[in-house]
Structure formats: C-alpha cells, structure tokens
Ligand binder design. Sequence first.
Ligand SMILES: Nc1ncnc2c1ncn2[C@@H]1O[C@H](COP(=O)(O)OP(=O)(O)OP(=O)(O)O)[C@@H](O)[C@H]1O
Length: 206
Amino acid sequence: MSLRATDLAYRVPGGHQLFTGLDLRVEAGQVVGLTGESGCGKSTLARILAGHLPPTTGTVLTDGYPVNAPGPRPVQLVQQHPEKAVNPRWTMRSVVAEAHDPDPALCERLGIRAEWYGRRPAELSGGELQRFCLLRALGPRTRYLIADEMTAMFDTLTQAELFAVVRDIVTERSIGLLVISHDIPLLDRLCDEIVAMPEQASAVSP
Ligand SMILES: Nc1ncnc2c1ncn2[C@@H]1O[C@H](COP(=O)(O)OP(=O)(O)OP(=O)(O)O)[C@@H](O)[C@H]1O
C-alpha cells in the first residue's frame, strides 16, 4: 500500500519545465520529509500528488489506483495558507461538514474549541484555522496526508505540539504522511526518511 509517483514531469503553463523524471513513494504509515530550495516545485508536486493538478506527464497511484479516480479522495493536502483553502463565507462547522462528520475526540486532540465552530475564517487566527484544515483533511477515508509547510504560522512550541499529535494520528491509522518543509531539524525529528527534490528541478532548461 503506497502513494506512488512515477516519472513525473511538470511544465508551468506557458512557462518553464519545473521538474522531469521525478519518482516518489510514501508507504502507508510511513512519514517522509520532502525538502528543496524555494521555487523548485515542492508545492506544485504536492498538488499533483493530491490529484488537484494533472502532471504534464507521469502517473500518481494510491494503493494501485489513479489518485483522481472517482470517489472520496484518499490523498488530502494541508497547505501553508489556510485562508486560501476555505470558503471565507462559511462557518467552520460548514467547512468541516462538507468533508465529513468530525469525531469529537479528534477535534479535542487537535485543540479545536467548541466556540470556534460558529465562526468564519476571518474570525480565527491562522493557527486556529489551520487546525480546522487538519480536521477536514483527517476524515475517515484519508489514506495519505500531505503537509505543505503547514505549521509556518505557528510558534515553535505549538508547531511541535501539533506535529506530535498528527504523528500519533497517522501512526494509529496507518496513514502515509509527506511533510514538506525547509526546516531540516523538524524533518529530522519527525520523519522515517527525508528526500530532496532532484537537483535538476531548479535547473531544467526552458
Ligand atoms: N500556475 C502557475 N503559473 C505560473 N507559474 C507557476 C504556476 N505554478 C507554479 N508556478 C511557478 O513554479 C515555481 C515553483 O513553485 P512552487 O510553489 O511549487 O515552489 P516551492 O518549491 O513550493 O517554493 P517555496 O519553497 O518557496 O514554497 C515558481 O517559480 C512558481 O512561480
């Protein structure tokens, strides 16, 4: 059981080639770190792995099936900017309910307070909002989670606390976790394996 990308290439529409020949594998229950210089295409790769963006060429399979096969999405993505990932007009109750009926124990573990559910995104801090994005992403059908700089807005203590909770949850549920970050000490603490974007990713010619 794995999230497996094979021979991926992506060319920015009307622009340059971001990467070619990229292979990546995250096993169920494994925590993999991904790092690489700014602008090399990590967030683009994250969107491709989650099935939000088609690669120019190559395949992404989750447990042997195409990532964008019809049905519930097995790969969930939590991004750096939670405010861009939610409908600003919806209450947090609606944002989460659209995805799944949240388990109260999971809400508690993520530090979500009952009074936040009736608020809209602009009425929460970035960190509070990100907890809802995590809750939404950790539905019962999630098999793989991609955390793309997801704690960039947290202080160091909160970042460590939240990643500890997420690490426990993915282990308990055998979810494969891909952590994208520039923070190598964080990746060292969390990950079973760390991979770097290939050198060519930032050097592929137009
Ligand atoms: N739809 C698009 N249109 C134009 N350019 C794009 C598009 N998507 C990505 N890019 C460009 O592709 C490059 C890679 O962006 P991406 O956000 O994937 O990099 P990154 O490695 O995650 O960077 P960072 O570490 O700074 O977050 C950037 O130069 C970006 O401007």
